[in-house]
Design a protein around this ligand. Sequence first.
Ligand code: FES
Ligand code: FES
Length: 161
Amino acid sequence: MTKVTMTVNGKAVSGTVEGRTLLTSFLREDLHLTGTHVGCDTSQCGACVVHVNGKAVKSCTMFAIEADGAEVSTIEGQANEDGSLNAIQAAFQEHHGLQCGFCTPGMVMTAASLLKENPKPTVDEVRNHLEGNLCRCTGYHNIIKAIMAASGQDVSAIAAE
Ligand code: FES
Ligand code: FES
């Protein structure tokens, strides 16, 4: 067992983990941050995306010990300080970018990393950036619309679906 310490959503946390403990498990089971979802555990679905040192990472592909000393952000840390939805979350709500919501935490975290790197993406750039995130409900259209809206771009020409 190994002690790990990291900053998660701005708070210092620590725990004792096995070498094989995934970051996903540490977040969900040790820290009870269950907003990070596990859809596959095989690096395909993107439901588990968090940010590690500012980069979007599928947390099922990383051991907790690899995040020792890192700054980690999860969906629980995304709301505004007053608890209201941030711009991306609000756009998902407004543009119906979710149905069951299972993929949504990963989608929001992936979108946040895209908009940080590329504040005004094209629709194609959004589509390409989401290639590692699967949604079984929405057909992606409204997710893309929500991300375009969150980037402050006019989405009136993107037809509803
Ligand atoms: S649970 Fe990590 S990619 Fe699916
Ligand atoms: S909203 Fe159900 S999986 Fe995406």
